[in-house]
Design a protein around this ligand. Structure first.
Ligand code: NCD
Ligand code: ZN
Length: 347
């Protein structure tokens, strides 16, 4: 087994950076290791227009630690009132990389999302025409549907009909958490890819519920049973170009997670590459980590791969990550994979 691994600098194709003091507190954990990230638009209020995205991008760049070069790839939050012309303007100016669909009520700050897909059709048709990808939070919100089935039901009742209606629309199914999602992506002939998070490769739903309720393992889409985790791992390490990393690192301050109605989100920006090297080594697939973290994403989004490299080194002693990071907004608990991590990012 090799003890060092050099990869092209990775990118994160699904990231929550938030704003203000939280943005300031978390951005360095991403920009230290990643060259680019697709930035989620679910701020309060959301990033809906091209002007909103330009202003948010400027705030992100001004929060960057000195010496870090990092490119935020901006997304627009799709609403039922989004203007097709504004979306086209965003793509034409090079500012907007994708548009994000949150079914209304599916997750954190999604109440302004889409209730009726018909109302979003003019924008989606324009996106298909101009080649702008749609990033999808793939869960239905219908109260009758069990939370563990929401991804599978979304594929059947929303995603597949949409893709049949608009086969030219490029869709990124984000944070796939089920075998159903993996199979659906594998079965698609074109215009469909999926991101997989770090934590869904490591935990199943027991992490949240066994031995007491563990809010720091709660995220959306919620972790599923073990057979789904195994299917995600198989896809991630396969080298299949349709699967790539989107950490979905989603910081919330501890008081908002450790309470009677805790927020969904797991913070992994700081230890993602160590966790992934561990997973890929366990799967005897360290040679596929570069495809997953650094090559497949740019290919899907039609962007150049990063020229810079990073080196991962396997240490004799476990690498220590803080249990929490302190931000100006408050403490944020770091994802604990519940096993020691030996792989370290050494530039
Ligand atoms: C995300 C957040 O906190 O913004 N939470 C999460 O559990 N992943 C929203 C999301 O991506 O669903
Ligand atoms: Zn997310």
């Amino acid at each position: 087994m090799p003890h060092t691994l050099t990869l092209r600098r990775p990118d994160d194709w699904h990231l929550h950076l938030r704003d203000g003091a939280m943005l300031q507190g978390v951005i360095g954990d991403t920009s230290r290791t990643f060259a680019r990230a697709i930035i989620m638009p679910n701020l309060v209020p959301p990033v809906v227009t091209t002007d909103d995205a330009a202003a948010y991008k400027a705030r992100i760049l001004s929060a960057l630690p000195k010496g870090h070069s990092f490119q935020p790839l901006m997304t627009l939050y799709l609403t039922e009132h989004t203007s097709p012309d504004d979306v086209e303007k965003g793509k034409a100016s090079g500012l907007v990389t994708a548009v994000k669909l949150y079914p209304a009520g599916a997750t954190t700050n999604s109440h302004d999302g889409v209730r009726d897909m018909d109302k979003a059709m003019p924008v989606l048709e324009r996106m298909a025409k101009i080649g702008l990808p749609l990033c999808v939070h793939g869960e239905v919100t219908t109260p009758e549907v069990d939370i563990f089935d929401r991804e599978a039901v979304f594929i059947e009742t929303v995603l597949d009909p949409l893709r049949r209606r608009l086969p030219e629309l490029k869709v990124t199914m984000e944070h796939v958490t089920t075998e159903d999602g993996i199979d659906y992506i594998k079965g698609a002939e074109k215009n469909l890819a999926g991101t997989i998070t770090t934590h869904h490769l490591i935990i199943n739903r027991n992490a949240i519920l066994v031995g007491g309720i563990k809010p720091h393992y709660y995220c959306l889409p919620v972790a599923k049973r073990e057979k789904h985790r195994l299917a995600l791992r198989k896809a991630a390490v396969s080298g299949d170009a349709r699967f790539f990393l989107g950490t979905d690192s989603a910081p919330h301050v501890d008081p908002l997670k450790e309470c009677a109605c805790g927020c969904a989100g797991i913070y992994t920006s700081i230890n993602t590459m160590s966790c992934l090297a561990h997973v890929f080594e366990e799967e005897n697939a360290l040679d596929k980590l570069e495809a997953f973290a650094s090559l497949n994403g740019p290919a899907w989004y039609g962007l150049p791969v990063n020229e810079e490299k990073i080196t991962l080194t396997k240490r004799e002693e476990p690498v220590r990550f803080p249990a929490k990071i302190e931000t100006g907004a408050g403490p944020v608990t770091v994802f604990d994979p519940l096993f020691p991590l030996y792989w370290d990012v050494s530039e």
